[in-house]
Design a protein around this ligand. Structure first.
Ligand code: ATP
Ligand code: ZN
Length: 298
């Protein structure tokens, strides 16, 4: 591969794959990728995407095989602790927190099992695929328990008699309840992050990393943003500005032939709900329009 092209590691197939590719596409990347190909070629940017298992992403950046990686904070922190246990320092740097891949690493107990806080873990067997994060959690609380490290299917360990409790990733909790487990304690909150190598990159590559970061910020800023337009009596302006969610300075435009009424245009950095529109209407607004924002560069 060309040395002047950035290499970005993305999960090959899993929960992070679609949202990761979605961010890249929104950043303007056109990727050509044959079916099952492990490398996607950026047609309009000097950036190639390597499709790998998410667990390998921190290592690929650590070992400078990739310049960048999109991975869950849970995987990243587990890796950091594992490296530390072997006397190595993590070399990857987190450069952006991303608004997808939200989940938490939680302790769950079989439904019906008694639970009186973290002390209930004492002397019990806990199944997990995140032994280092779990050990840290237990260590911080001075709890002695047996960590049972599994490579998957943690949620069925109690039923198989391999563990008493589990420590697993949860988002909605439906997998836990389907397995008759009850979430009792959060070990860690997680989301996807963008990591990079700490190595100095060639100036051309560095400039592209900066551009990508700016575009990612723009992509994340527009996700919730809406452009709102409305008409209002001048007398209601103060109240209307108060009601507009997450706006800085709206544009106020005079309306032809109506001295006491104005048009208000504003970018709302938060979602605009029906309730907001109803309150605005009550405050005297009319002709309300809410439009999606396509791109934003600040
Ligand atoms: P791989 O084959 O790449 O190792 P995997 O089975 O480890 O895949 P996924 O289940 O696709 O991985 O999860 C990838 C990441 O998605 C997790 O590490 C976590 O950061 C995030 N994630 C978000 N919600 C959840 C969830 N409910 N359960 C598991 N992971 C989640
Ligand atoms: Zn994995």
């Amino acid at each position: 591969m060309d040395e002047l092209r950035l290499k970005l590691a993305v999960q090959k197939s899993g929960r992070l794959t679609d949202p990761s590719l979605d961010v890249l596409v929104r950043c303007g990347l056109k990727l050509s990728r044959g079916k099952d190909q492990l490398v996607g070629y950026g047609e309009n940017m000097p950036l190639d995407v390597l499709f790998v298992r998410d667990d390998d992403i921190p290592d690929l950046v650590q070992e400078d095989v990739c310049d960048l990686g999109l991975v869950g904070l849970n995987v990243l922190e587990e890796k950091r602790l594992e490296l530390a246990s072997r006397g190595h320092a993590a070399r990857f740097q987190t450069v952006r927190n991303l608004d997808f891949g939200r989940c938490r690493l939680s302790i769950a107990v079989p439904q019906g099992a008694s639970w009186e806080g973290a002390a209930s873990l004492s002397g019990r067997r806990i199944a997990t695929t995140y032994p280092f994060l779990l050990e840290r959690y237990l260590g911080e609380r001075n709890i002695k328990a047996q960590v049972v490290t599994l490579s998957g299917a943690v949620e069925i360990a109690p039923r198989l008699g391999r563990a008493d409790f589990v420590c697993d990733l949860v988002s909605t909790g439906s997998t836990l309840s389907a397995n008759h487990l009850r979430e009792v304690e959060t070990v860690m909150e997680s989301h996807a992050v963008l990591i990079r190598t700490p190595l100095k990159l060639a100036p051309e590559k560095d400039a592209w990393v900066e551009r990508l970061l700016m575009r990612i910020d723009g992509v994340q800023a527009v996700r919730e943003s809406k452009y709102i337009m409305l008409h209002a009596p001048r007398s209601a302006l103060a109240e209307i500005r108060r009601l507009l969610p997450g706006t800085e300075s709206p544009t106020i435009i005079p309306l032809d032939g109506a001295a006491d009424r104005v048009a208000v245009h504003a970018v709302c950095r938060e979602n605009v709900f029906w309730e907001t529109l109803e309150s605005l209407k009550k405050a005297g607004a009319s002709a309300l329009l809410v439009l999606p924002v396509e791109k934003m560069l600040t």
